[in-house]
Design a protein around this ligand. Structure first.
Ligand code: AMP
Length: 400
């Protein structure tokens, strides 16, 4: 089935056209800086994927999607003659709250439930919903599927997802851990099980999605039993611009000392912290690595903190899983940073976990990178969120 994958962010749109039978992608689109005067959108088609750039000043994410559909329907290089050839739209939805434990066919009831989660993901759910409303308006007969970042974590037990705050806040506002990057963690666990040649049901796996955002999940028998992100994607690891775990008392302390509003502190913790905040250089690990190599001590400290916090999270899941058989590295840093992997695993050798230096000298491939005598196998899995979304959409729509 030909599936249009729509991944709407707060200021970006990623989209691909994927033929699920072959796994082939025939269109790739990336819109960035959406909402800003210098917003733009790159669209490219198979086989060459030569980019055409469209200026998109001061528009919304849904406007970008409308433009993309216009280009898809009219560009002579487009892989489709008519948009009727598309069998389904697969939409990434960041927050499904407690409503969804798997991907679903979108109807009015599903949309109302997603809408009720907007408060939990105010930057991400509204632009995603706006895209769905727009495509439903333009193509009312096109089946649409929602694939949730939170769904994979629906199997977490209450002891993992509850916060030790008064119960009334869970009952009134559904404040609990939800977890994110679920599509990626699920795919990483299943792919790693294939790589080590064992059924996922028999394995204890720690999946490390280390990108600009990052989270680590404990996967027992193929099911998420704990994850580092929480009510929102701010908790857990140190990230590009997000602080991850901090003492919650820092929030009122900062508000009092600096005369800041709650919204201002929220912006600091989400957008000005992490690699960017500590290094003062960049949110991008490559820039921070370069600055550290040139003697910038804050950049070096940011890298050390990042590695340390990843090690702590892996260690804590080692402790709570009944057995840990596999650790998986995926996403931008996990797949590509040979040096970050070296440093993370150098600190875990006392657990018998050993990287094979030669096997680790690789980027973006599905492969095993641990030494033969390692107590735990380490796998590298190339993240492919778009393919997972397309496959879910094809499966659900194919069964109609
Ligand atoms: P993602 O959010 O999955 O796209 O990952 C983005 C992050 O991956 C950024 O911090 C990048 O600096 C990092 N990244 C990508 N390639 C490399 C690389 N070769 N070495 C180190 N970090 C990388």
């Amino acid at each position: 089935m030909l599936v249009l994958v729509v991944n709407a962010g707060s200021s970006s749109l990623k989209s691909q056209l994927i033929e699920t039978e072959t796994g082939e992608s025939t269109m790739k689109c990336l819109a960035e800086k959406v909402g800003l005067p210098d917003g733009f959108m790159n669209v490219s088609f198979a086989p060459d994927f030569e980019k055409t750039t469209y200026e998109m000043p001061d528009v919304t994410v849904a406007d970008c999607l409308v433009k993309l559909l216009e280009v898809l329907g009219s560009d002579p290089a487009s892989p489709v003659k008519s948009l009727d050839e598309i069998g389904a739209i697969g939409n990434r939805v960041v927050h499904g709250g407690e409503h969804f434990s798997s991907s679903v066919l979108i109807d009015d009831d599903v949309l109302a439930k997603i809408e009720s989660c907007n408060d939990l993901a105010p930057l991400h759910n509204p632009p995603g919903l706006a895209c769905i409303y727009k495509t439903r308006e333009l193509y009312p007969n096109m089946p649409q599927v929602a694939v949730f970042d939170t769904a994979f974590h629906a199997t977490m037990p209450a002891k993992a997802y509850m916060y030790p705050i008064p119960m009334e806040y869970y009952k009134k506002h559904a404040i609990r851990r939800y977890g994110f990057h679920g599509t990626s963690h699920g795919y990483a666990a299943r792919t790693a099980a294939e790589l080590v040649g064992k059924p996922v049901e028999e394995l204890g796996i720690i999946t490390c999605h280390l990108g600009n955002g990052g989270s680590i999940t404990a996967v027992d028998g193929g099911k998420s039993v704990d994850t580092t992100m929480g009510l929102t994607p701010l908790e857990g690891l140190m990230m590009g611009t997000r602080c991850g775990d901090i003492d919650p008392a820092i929030i009122p302390f900062l508000m009092n000392k600096e005369g800041l509003s709650a919204a201002e502190v929220d912006t600091i913790l989400n957008k000005k912290s992490g690699f960017l905040g500590v290094s003062g250089v960049s949110s991008d690990m490559r820039d921070v690595e370069e600055a550290a190599a040139n003697g910038n001590e804050d950049a070096q400290l940011a890298l050390d903190m990042y590695i340390y916090r990843v090690q702590k999270a892996i260690g804590s899941y080692f402790a709570i899983l009944p057995h840990t058989d596999v650790i998986v590295m995926t996403a931008g840093v996990g797949e590509n940073s040979i040096s970050a992997r070296e440093k993370i695993f150098a600190g875990l050798e006392h657990l018998g976990i050993k990287l094979d230096a030669e096997a680790n000298n690789v980027r973006g491939k599905n492969t095993i990178i641990s030494a033969a005598d390692s107590s735990v196998q380490i796998c590298l899995v190339a993240a492919d969120e778009e393919a997972c979304i397309a496959n879910d959409a094809a499966e659900i729509v194919g069964a109609l």
